[in-house]
Design a protein around this ligand. Structure first.
Ligand code: NAG
Ligand code: NAG
Ligand code: NAG
Ligand code: NAG
Ligand code: NAG
Ligand code: NAG
Length: 520
């Protein structure tokens, strides 16, 4: 495994082998067949890995305390608010979802009545409507939702009452918005308030969604205040000792989520914080020392490949893959990572993208990107596996990438199996959950594990379920059942995640407390 550190003759032998491998790959590409994976890396398979989630890509639920010192931390980018006029009992809405006026005449709230925040600072925000436009004020004081990008006329100050249940919205013209009885909205209310029920400038606010990702933490603190917070987090959250623990526990690799901005370290675009690249360098150093493989996983792609906080989406909008320039930019990130770590004996795989979501991410864009990204990795490494994730949200068609991916030697298909994010698991018993793993997930895995296709990787799973108050023994059975089934994946599996304030999502806690044992 540490071949590159041995003598010249070995290195020469290695180079010849690589040449031969490259040659056979070229042949195999033209014949559409898969050659056996490179020997250096294949000896590590199948991996038993753990993800290092919440380290270089922030997810609030993994470690909420990171957000504690943000002023108005409940009003971050992407927070979704609905506003109900207190005297009239109606919500205000972007008529037609956007592109028109803002009205105050809805008795029920849904998409058109939901406004997403873009944070300018702790009190001033843009409000983005359903159709993607921004709320603003016309020269005549009418409230509209027509701006495609926010400017001065779209900056609103949110002024809250002491218990933060009621809000007034100050428009850029210095007046407060008011809801009129006829259902219109205007920015012309100048009175002070006692937050009384008859005040037309007072709105009751309901928060219906929020994000706590990298964008939110960086822009919530502001880059300069976020810098010491994140630098301290990178240095202390996961340390060399954890790599020793991982190795001694019987795990063989780590899957490390990274964000696209790492490629422009040390000066990434606003609001991101520089310095995470050094942390990834350390991870490789420790992985080499403790003989662990590293799967570098592009978890957050520019524009976001899904609407969730872990793709660092600003407001849940998903625009990855909508232009060729965006795809090319993403390929450059992969090229950067591959070139930087290709020489590390620990580089096991580059995962081109985590959890792209259909239909926002089209199959055509994804295939173009996977093809280009694959070649970007191969320009620097002939031995690293290249992981391509299945799209989520494709229903039954989990085989849509099989033939495509199978044409690239050393490719791996990533599938994620959870029994917590779907209401079909709400009332399942312990036995029913285990049956689901042994029957349904097992069946899905064998459907994508084919002779001529890519290797398969259960790149995320967790021993957590919706069973209330399960015993330790039941959790042990559940973890074991999953390891039995996912052990059939030809590339291996990775637990989500190493550390987490929620014990069952915290593999270190699960191992230390005897819920998971890898030494049988
Ligand atoms: C709300 O007001 C707008 C503009 O006057 C009108 O077009 C729309 O039909 C009204 N909607 C309801 C539910 O009353
Ligand atoms: C927030 O931004 C607005 C608009 O730029 C500015 O007027 C206001 O002073 C800022 N407030 C704080 C607390 O920085
Ligand atoms: C699944 O995806 C493949 C590849 O895109 C396509 O050929 C096939 O028709 C799809 N099957 C279904 C049932 O949608
Ligand atoms: C689960 O059980 C509860 C109460 O027993 C029931 O109200 C609910 O509909 C069930 N949910 C599903 C998805 O079956
Ligand atoms: C799980 O598998 C069982 C047995 O094949 C099947 O009846 C059931 O519909 C599957 N459940 C889901 C949600 O696919
Ligand atoms: C689970 O435990 C909690 C706290 O001990 C208890 O309140 C709850 O009723 C239990 N739920 C079930 C379904 O047994």
């Amino acid at each position: 495994m540490q071949m590159s550190r041995h003598g010249t003759s070995l290195r020469l032998f290695h180079s010849v082998c690589l040449l031969l491998l490259c040659f056979s790959w070229l042949c195999s590409l033209s014949h559409g067949k898969r050659t056996p994976p490179p020997p250096k890396s294949s000896s590590r398979l199948p991996v038993r890995a753990v993800c290092l989630g919440g380290w270089l890509v922030t997810e609030g639920w993994i470690l909420p305390s990171l957000f504690d010192a943000i002023p108005n931390k409940d009003l971050l980018d992407g927070t979704q608010l609905q506003f109900k006029s207190v005297p009239w009992g109606v919500y205000f809405a972007a008529e037609l979802g956007g592109g028109s006026v803002v009205v105050a005449n809805r008795t029920q709230a849904s998409g058109w009545e939901t406004f997403k925040l873009w944070r300018i600072n702790e009190t001033t925000f843009n409000l983005r409507v359903f159709g993607g436009q921004f709320m603003g004020v016309d020269t005549d004081g009418a409230v509209v939702a027509t701006a495609l990008s926010p400017g001065q006329s779209e900056a609103f100050q949110l002024v809250r009452n002491p218990d933060k249940t009621r809000t007034r919205i100050m428009a850029p013209n210095g007046f407060f918005l008011q809801a009129k009885k006829d259902g219109s909205m205007t920015a012309d209310y100048g009175e002070s308030t006692s937050w009384a029920d008859d005040d037309p400038s007072v709105f009751a606010v309901t928060k219906v969604g929020q994000l706590q990702g990298e964008y939110q933490i960086c822009n919530g603190y502001g880059t300069s205040k976020a810098t010491p917070v994140l630098k301290n987090h990178w240095k202390t959250y996961i340390v060399e000792e954890d790599f020793r623990f991982i190795s001694e526990s019987g795990l063989t690799a780590v899957r490390i989520p990274v964000g696209w901005w790492i490629a422009s370290d040390p000066s990434p675009p606003a609001p991101y914080v520089g310095g995470s690249l050094k942390t990834l360098d350390n991870a490789f150093k420790w992985a080499e020392k403790y003989n662990l493989g590293v799967i570098v996983d592009l978890h957050a792609a520019p524009g976001s490949q899904n609407p969730w906080e872990h793709s660092s989406s600003r407001d849940g909008t998903q625009t990855w893959g909508t232009t060729d320039a965006n795809i090319a930019q993403t390929v450059q990130v992969i090229e950067f990572l591959a070139s930087r770590y290709a020489k590390s004996p620990s580089l096991l795989a580059v995962e081109l993208m985590n959890e792209p979501l259909a239909p926002g991410t089209s199959l055509a864009s994804l295939m173009k990107y996977y093809r280009d990204g694959y070649h970007a990795v191969r320009r620097h490494s002939s031995t690293a596996y290249v992981v391509m994730s299945n799209r989520l949200g494709i229903g039954e068609n989990t085989t849509e990438l099989l033939e495509f991916a199978g044409a690239f030697p050393g490719s791996v298909l990533d599938v994620h199996y959870y029994t917590v994010f779907n209401s079909i698991f709400n009332n399942l018993t312990v036995d029913q959950n285990i049956d689901f793993i042994r029957t349904n997930f097992s069946g899905e895995l064998s459907k994508v594990t084919t002779h001529n296709g890519p290797l398969t990787f259960v790149g995320e799973w967790v021993a957590e379920w919706l069973v209330p108050n399960a015993t330790k023994e039941e959790y042990q059975m559940y973890a074991k059942a999953q390891m039995d089934v996912y052990g059939q994946a030809t590339f291996g599996w990775a637990y989500w995640t190493l550390k987490n304030v929620n014990d069952h999502w915290n593999m270190q806690w699960m191992i230390k407390n005897g819920y998971i044992s890898l030494k049988s």
